[in-house]
Design a protein around this ligand. Structure first.
Ligand code: ADP
Ligand code: MG
Length: 703
């Protein structure tokens, strides 16, 4: 890579994007494909053959030897199986490079070992990947050479979604249909398509690879299971937006270049709050592209970190005691002709539409707060949500002073006659005010905040796919739009009906609005008084997937069937139990084989010292005191280890699913904390030379 980068030149150079398609595909084929992309029209095999051939030729020019159907099973990460382009040798022993339309459109990975929650019996292990032509194919260059990656959806033989993408695409259709229906009521006849736009801000940690390799907890679980706080944490607030050190800067430069080649609009980078923590944000894109791009971002961060002798930690809580990582999911709804439904607008007409959209979103979030919370549930995120650093586990909406004031006026008097910031209003329609863009201060403690022309859903975990939060958002808002349309389509006087509906929705769902400090204990109490759900952990959140309310919602918009939802709940429980089991086993392993032996050595060296010093006729009181303190903690460690081992083993006798997940949450997690406490205390006493792994300070400050 050259020292100076011509971004315009490399941007999208490895993407089979619209420009490439126009250039390389015959006009008729291009038009057919566009129809498929834009209208979902089925692609015939002859057309697919032409596209596949051109895609292959293009990929080979980029050095590709293989292609893969790139998909997102319910493991949270992407999956791929590589096939080379070669065909069987001809009589002269030469191979040709071939890639058919059939191979482009459909793949059939042996899918029996992906989580299916019982949807696909193992004897019927067939799963299909189907090309998602709305997300462009790309060539990825890495140590494996170059590979043509074809974004796909992954379904069972009977059509049930086994992945993250299928429901997301279904939810995008739902919101498209319902938003268009709503827009038509407001006299919009020109917009043809409405898509959710998403911009995810990705947080991550970077640590030195050599140190990483000395931490078995990081290797097995992605987070530290032991570790005393270093003398310095994040209290000086000197890292956030601080100077980016050269080693990190070189890493970021290469990450950007790799992402730009893949058409990912890496835009913003900065240091985050915790030491060794950073953030990368792209420019927002259509939801399904944003989901794919975020997967590419996570993979690229990991890959480039390796090249720079570092390890990228995407876990939500790699270190106790400093901030964890999240992924702020910025979401808005935009028409194909550039209207953002979440833009307050400047004319009264837009204003009414905006207020209705806003009222619908408040209604949706209030009605389905449990689902939204569940969509951000993941094992690592349990350390963030509810802890005093990330949005609480309680869903509430932050509107900003001005909007909240408008809502309050509408609710209390039925009309809003003034605006907090704008002085006199230009009222046009009824008694609704003009709104200026939200100018109020940011509230960083809100899980769902209005930020000018989008909502920022801040609960999502750094490691998690953003597919399910967006699937839920799209669907719950589609439902609220549909219900509003059902009322408004019947109304004789549209203006009065809209006005009344906004008032009713705001009235009924005002409890979800909260502009105060979401981290405070008072809010927890206040939220309980308001009757808002507080689903503290992942296991508490999972049942939200299968309530009658959720099933009715998702079935109505054909996003999930009941069976698919039940399968997903099952997978979540299994994932939770497995993850905690691995953490418990890793703790047992590290404590037994590394920590206890190290402490034993330390006590021996102390005992030897006590003897030697005493023999020399000098009092060894301090050494003896250290020895007894260390021995006490060692005993505590040994006891806690024994307890954890017994409890973890007991899990084998508990039936899989909900019961097992709860067992791990209620019984094993506290036992893990019980082991960690004496070990962290020991780390503060034992000679650093003898401690068997790098400390928090080594990991966070020596990158
Ligand atoms: P911050 O919240 O850190 O101040 P920004 O608000 O500028 O940063 O943007 C954060 C993310 O939100 C970026 O990925 C950006 O592209 C995205 N974003 C900006 N506008 C929209 C929008 N209308 N819809 C969805 N995402 C958006
Ligand atoms: Mg933001």
């Amino acid at each position: 890579m050259s020292e100076f980068t011509n971004v315009a030149e490399i941007f999208g150079s490895n993407v089979f994007n619209d420009g490439v398609m126009q250039e390389r595909l015959p006009k008729k084929v291009y038009r057919e494909l566009k129809k498929t992309i834009e209208e979902g029209k089925e692609l015939d095999l002859a057309t697919a053959d032409v596209i596949a051939h051109e895609m292959k030729e293009w990929a080979i020019e980029k050095g590709a030897t293989h292609y893969t159907h790139w998909f997102q099973p319910l493991t949270g990460v992407t999956a791929e199986k590589h096939d080379s382009f070669i065909s069987a040798p001809n009589v002269e022993g030469k191979v040709l490079m071939s890639f058919s339309g059939k191979e482009l459109i459909k793949g059939e990975p042996d899918a029996s070992s992906f989580p299916s929650g019982g949807l696909r019996a193992t004897f019927e292990a067939r799963g299909y990947t189907a090309w998602d032509c709305t997300s462009p194919a790309f060539v990825r260059q890495d140590a494996a050479g170059a590979t043509l990656c074809i974004p796909t959806a992954f379904c069972s033989y009977t059509g049930e979604a086994l992945d993250q993408k299928t429901p997301l695409l279904r939810s995008m259709e739902a919101i498209n249909t319902q938003a268009l229906r709503l827009l038509r009521l407001f006299g919009n006849t020109t917009s043809r398509k409405v898509t959710p736009s998403v911009g995810p801000e990705q947080e991550y940690f970077l640590i030195d690879k050599a140190k990483y390799l000395q931490r078995k907890d990081l290797i097995y679980t992605g987070r530290t299971l032991f570790g005393a706080m270093p003398p310095k944490g994040q209290e000086l607030e000197d890292h956030y937006f601080g100077n980016i050190r050269q080693r990190i800067a070189a890493f970021m430069k290469e990450v950007n270049e790799e992402l730009w080649k893949l058409g990912v609009t890496a835009k913003t980078q900065h240091n985050e709050v915790a030491p060794a923590q950073h953030e990368l944000a792209p420019i927002y894109a259509e939801a399904n592209v944003a989901v794919d791009h975020n997967q590419i971002v996570m993979k690229t961060l990991k890959m480039v970190a390796c090249r720079h002798g570092m390890q990228c930690l995407l876990h939500e809580k790699p270190f106790a005691g400093v901030n964890g990582s999240g992924k702020h999911n910025n979401w808005s709804v935009t028409t194909d002709d550039g209207i953002n439904l979440l833009d307050p607008g400047t004319t009264p007409h837009e204003n009414v539409q905006f207020l209705l959209v806003l009222a619908c979103i408040l209604k949706a979030v209030d009605t389905h707060a449990d689902l939204l919370r569940e969509s951000a549930a993941d094992v690592g995120n349990d350390h963030r949500l509810g802890a005093n650093e990330a949005p609480p586990a309680i869903i509430s909406v932050f509107l900003g002073e001005q909007l909240e004031d408008v809502v309050e006026q509408l609710v209390s008097t039925g009309s809003a006659t003034h605006s907090l910031t704008g002085g006199k209003l230009r009222t046009g329609v009824k008694t609704l005010p003009d709104l200026t863009k939200d100018a109020t201060d940011r509230n960083r403690t809100s899980p769902f905040a209005f930020t000018g022309n989008k909502f920022e859903f801040r609960m999502v975990g750094s490691k998690d796919s953003i597919a399910s939060p967006n699937t839920v958002l799209n669907t719950i808002v589609a439902e609220a739009f549909a219900e509003a349309c059902e009322v408004l389509e019947k109304a004789d006087d549209f203006e009065t009906a809209v006005h009344d509906l906004i008032k009713i929705y705001l009235n009924d769902h005002q409890r979800i609005i909260f502009n105060g400090n979401g981290y405070s204990d008072e809010w927890v109490e206040e939220a309980a008084r308001r009757g808002l759900p507080n689903l503290k952990s992942m296991v508490d959140a999972i049942p939200a997937l299968t309530t009658d309310k959720a099933v009715a919602l998702f079935e109505r918009f054909r996003v999930f069937t009941r069976a698919e939802l039940e399968a997903r709940a099952e997978i979540q429980y299994e994932t939770y139990a497995k993850a905690i089991n691995i953490e418990a086993k890793a703790m047992i392993d590290i404590a037994s084989k590394q920590i206890i032996p190290a402490v034993v050595k330390y006590t021996k060296s102390l005992a030897d010292t006590v003897n030697a010093v005493t023999a020399a006729g000098v009092e060894a009181a301090v050494q003896a005191e250290l020895l007894s303190e260390t021995s006490d903690l060692l005993k505590e460690t040994k006891d806690a280890l024994g307890k954890l081992a017994v409890l973890d083993r007991k899990s084998e006798s508990i039936p899989e699913g909900k019961e097992l997940a709860h067992y791990f949450h209620d019984v094993v997690v506290p036992a893990m904390a019980g082991l960690r406490a004496p070990v962290d205390a020991l780390e503060m006493i034992v000679d650093k030379e003898m401690w068997p792994m790098p400390s928090y300070g080594d990991l966070m400050f020596e990158v």
